[in-house]
Write a protein that binds this ligand. Structure first.
Ligand SMILES: Nc1ncnc2c1ncn2[C@@H]1O[C@H](COP(=O)(O)OP(=O)(O)OP(=O)(O)O)[C@@H](O)[C@H]1O
Length: 283
């Protein structure tokens, strides 16, 4: 089906009684440029309820930019993003905040709040003029789950990079949005905390929650994501289950020779050598 046929099909569907969609997130032919620099070029993908989608791809391929388009922090130049069948550009900011939680890689504030208050901010879409006991309990539970109890009342600028990253993850979790977007959630974490955070993301991705993460480690991506989308120069080079991680695809996209094996039913990608730039002719 072409894009225009799909859009027409969607228009037909909007007039019919709404069923609970199994597709949580649909990205349709999204294009984006920073001023004159084109970054995303016709990105189309779908993520179901209860799925974790991993967006992989080389530095600068557009992963973070795509994620920001999914939370409407950036407005695509063309194309559309639908969450549970509703176009994001037709939703108010408060409604988007109820549906989509976004975890940036890093965030600096001129007036750093404590860990508790920063995470409590994630309850904003649910809170009236003042947080309730229940809001505070939800926050305390997430702090516990992230192992941050000892830092509850510390200003976040006194934490390590990895601890701050966990706080931002906590803030998105208490938001209880059905779609969670994580921009490199493991980038500042040691191997133990990488596994803990990815386990937590998996655990939080229940039948009624969907997660999209950007991630560089292909082995962790294969292990924790149901599906992968590989970006290359702003286009989807491959998408599907972790079987898309083939030596050929990785060579074309990253310019690296790898061996791909399986261990306990899991894909293992072993980098062998970076190809000289002249040998690497991306498609
Ligand atoms: N605010 C910005 N203004 C102008 N150009 C930007 C901006 N942010 C990113 N870019 C450019 O857009 C391109 C894609 O960047 P993006 O951060 O989306 O890539 P990425 O795949 O997430 O990279 P990385 O893996 O290094 O985090 C890059 O060429 C980058 O220089």
């Amino acid at each position: 089906m072409t894009t225009s046929e799909r859009t027409a099909d969607r228009d037909d569907r909007t007039s019919a009684p709404r069923e609970t969609p199994t597709v949580r997130l649909e990205v349709l032919d999204v294009t984006f440029a920073y001023e004159s620099e084109p970054v995303l070029d016709g990105v189309t993908l779908e993520v179901g309820r209860g799925e974790v989608l991993g967006i992989v791809g080389p530095n600068g391929s557009g992963k973070s930019t795509l994620l920001r388009c999914l939370d409407r922090l950036l407005e695509p130049d063309s194309g559309a993003v639908f969450v549970d069948g509703d176009a994001l550009d037709e939703l108010r900011r408060t409604e988007i905040a109820r549906r989509v939680g976004y975890v940036p890689q890093e965030e600096r504030s001129a007036f750093p709040a404590t860990v508790f208050d920063t995470i409590l901010l994630g309850r904003k879409p649910h809170v009236g003029w003042r947080p309730t006991e229940e809001d505070r309990d939800v926050v305390a539970e997430v702090i516990d789950r992230l192992g941050l109890e000892a830092y509850t009342l510390r200003p976040i600028d006194e934490l390590s990079g990895g601890q701050r990253q966990k706080v931002l993850i906590g803030r998105a979790l208490v938001q209880e949005a059905p779609l969670l977007l994580f921009d490199e959630p493991t980038s500042s974490l040691d191997v133990r905390h990488q596994l803990e955070v990815l386990e937590l993301i998996r655990e939080q991705t229940t039948a009624d929650r969907t997660a999209v993460i950007t991630i560089h480690d292909l082995n962790l991506a294969a292990r924790y994501c149901d599906r992968l989308a590989m970006l290359h120069e702003g286009r989807i080079a491959a998408a599907g289950d972790p079987d898309i991680l083939t030596p050929e695809t990785i060579r074309n996209v990253y310019g690296v020779d790898v061996t791909v094996t399986t261990h306990n039913g899991r894909k293992i990608v072993v980098p062998e050598r970076a190809l000289p730039t002249d040998d690497h002719r991306p498609h």
